[in-house]
Design a protein around this ligand. Sequence first.
Ligand SMILES: Cc1cc2nc3c(=O)[nH]c(=O)nc-3n(C[C@H](O)[C@H](O)[C@H](O)COP(=O)(O)OP(=O)(O)OC[C@H]3O[C@@H](n4cnc5c(N)ncnc54)[C@H](O)[C@@H]3O)c2cc1C
Length: 809
Amino acid sequence: MQSHYRVVVIGGGIVGTSVLYHLARRGWADIALIERAELTAGSTWHAAAGFHALNDDPNIAALQAYTIRLYQEIEAESGQNVGMHMPGGYSLATSPARWEWLKSEFAVYQTLGIEARLATPDEIVADCPIVDPAGLLGGLFDPHEGAVDPHGTTHAFAIAARRRGAEVILRNRVVALAQLPGGGWRITTEHGTTTAEHVVNAGGLWARRVGRMAGVDLPLTPMQHHYLITADLPELVARADQMPCVTDLEGFTYLQQERKGVILGVYERNPRHWHTEGADWDYGMELIPEDIDRIAPELAIGFARFPSLQDAGIRKWVNGAFTFTPDGNPLVGPVPGLRNFWAACGCMSGFSQGGAIGLVLANWIVDGDPGGDVFGMDVARYGAFASNDRYLRDTTAQFYARRFVIAYPNEELPAGRPLKTTPSYDAQQAAGARFGVVWGMETPQYYAPGEPGFVETPSLRRSNAQRLIAAEVAATRHAAGLLDTGVYGRYEVSGPGAEDWLERLLANRLPPLGRLRLAPMLSPAGRLMGDLTVTRLAPERFWLVGSYYLQEWHLRWFRDHLPPVGVQIENLSESWLGFSLSGPRSREILAALTREDVSNAALPFLACRRMAVALSDAVVARLSLTGELGYEISVPAAQQRALWGALTDAGSAFGLKPIGMRAQDSLRLEKGYGVWSLEFTASTTPAMCGLDRYIAFDKGDFIGRAAALRERETGPAQRLVLLAIEATDADVTGYEPVWSAGRRVGYVTSGAYGHHLGLSLALAYLDRPLAERGANQPAPLAVHVVGEQRPARILPEAPYDPRGERLRG
Ligand SMILES: Cc1cc2nc3c(=O)[nH]c(=O)nc-3n(C[C@H](O)[C@H](O)[C@H](O)COP(=O)(O)OP(=O)(O)OC[C@H]3O[C@@H](n4cnc5c(N)ncnc54)[C@H](O)[C@@H]3O)c2cc1C
């Protein structure tokens, strides 16, 4: 072991070795991996090591495709056999709902360019004769499904990394970590001490313990997982080629050929955690005793779907543990609040994702940029709340038990709730609110006033809640709607250096006193890092408003760019709350609660003022996301309940209705407004989505200016357009392909039914030449809606109030 390294990776599983390899491939020298025991000594050695390209998060699906492509490359480079076989795999549909869901997923995979095809029951049985076709409606075939040898693959990464100069240190546990004043780390091991500029936590089953050495509690926990290996099956002995893998989604089991028998793995509905704090340090390469009674209900379904297993001997039971996070995706990237401490853990699909995690993390360490939108696996997508033991147990158990269960876009799941509520929660509940959850915060989705027994049916189509959402839209368009803004993140930036710093951080010019502006925030590569609203409350005091769930992500970016002195940042996201009041009668409602002049002359569009509203000293900003005259009213959190009371009391005479996020979506789409994570992401550029009109190119330098200027010259490859779709009883939800003359020319980012206009609407990225032709297309456009192609047309301007007269009036 050297006395100093540029990077030390802790953990020699599939993930740690991939990180080491990718750093070496980027040409970094003086890098080492330190492993407690032998390579693969955590979850990795007992994995079934199956892989697949399909994933519900399109960005992660793309990275999985990379992982799979890498296997042959790494085998060639290392000379180590990785034991790869890729016969493809079927996901089975045995219910009409599942078949519909698979067809709509298939459309999404077309958007992503992931090769897949729908298959009939006959095709499936011809390919996989051990499948009983009872109730089988069809399946989705993923040609990139298969398995590798976990031992060979991990060693291949390690060998290739070593050949490129990296060091692999075995049988030496890291026992302590201490941050050094310069930002590096002192690493104490069983056999000595070293220092490193960067430390990567790839500790797998021990990653929570490794995190705690550095002072962070990461939201991941090990859970048990079973599979069994059968003796030879006659159907497989008889064939020369390998049978494709099969996942029986309704049956909670997956199956892959293992020699002439099969592996049958189970995602049971009654899962068990294992050492939630992380494995014991002396945990060896041993199995957990199997718990067959607990998984018996799912095994019974599996044995019915694959009847030949009933007579086959069981060669081996495997019950091992691997780590889960609340949403099942890994934790990757710079850990917020620490310098040069990186996460590469919480990975439950090491053989689908390990290669990609290595690539992303190496890019991030070397370039300071992961290379695209990886928020779905970013460690900063969680806050401290997610590491609470009960929260973690409840959410990970929910994820595990629902691993193969259909996730409907209108479904709200119960685990870990309610955790955070705004003070008006009880009052909103009494008013009939049905809540969703954003970063632990209960958020009204819609209201069912006077209908305590109303339950929304989970569906891919328009649900029975549509009439309630329509009523909220109508109230907002004709009178006023009141939306809880607990889903906003708010930051106060102040100090003598605040103005200069924000001018560099944000791409728009800062507003004058008492005004606000939309300000894109860019990475040096010119991609979006935020779509913030910036308000100047005092000469040296600003508010930035963004999305509530991006707090850790934004604060990490702010802190990374903060000068040593002169600028203070305070996170107000939970100490200031409020409401968005919008609609033609919103001014009258506000006027009833304040003695201030709120006329258009005194408080015009994009003005902001402190004023007394009912009992509170509020910050009132004149803007809305509904396209109507509107005000965002913020007050100290403890006063938010009083504000709710005042607004709803005063509003009742004017037809005010509380509204939820679903109505907001319908309203914003009628105006063609994009939002973060759908239209605006860390993969999009301002020119793609139209936010370039908020860039002040002439204001001097700011982060991302050079890249944005280059893009202004060349133009983006795709542009955002608003589509009206001839849909019948369903709307798009996101990532559905857009077609022109049989060619895929774009994809949907979000959609909703525009209740006021009676239009099914979608925002979509379209190849620029077509996007720029607007309504004048060379061939009719079509969009997949729940797996079915429907005609669509580009709306050249927002179909509701295109000139923004209502917003400004
Ligand atoms: C029964 C079972 C079946 C599975 N099937 C599949 C499958 O089919 N497909 C799939 O993709 N995944 C599967 N998995 C999951 C897969 O095994 C994991 O996703 C993957 O192995 C995680 O790799 P890792 O490198 O993150 O962690 P680990 O393999 O746990 O590696 C972590 C390493 O860090 C070392 N370490 C920890 N702390 C320290 C320290 N302080 N100092 C030095 N070293 C340290 C450990 O010794 C260990 O070697 C399965 C897992 C199990 C248990």
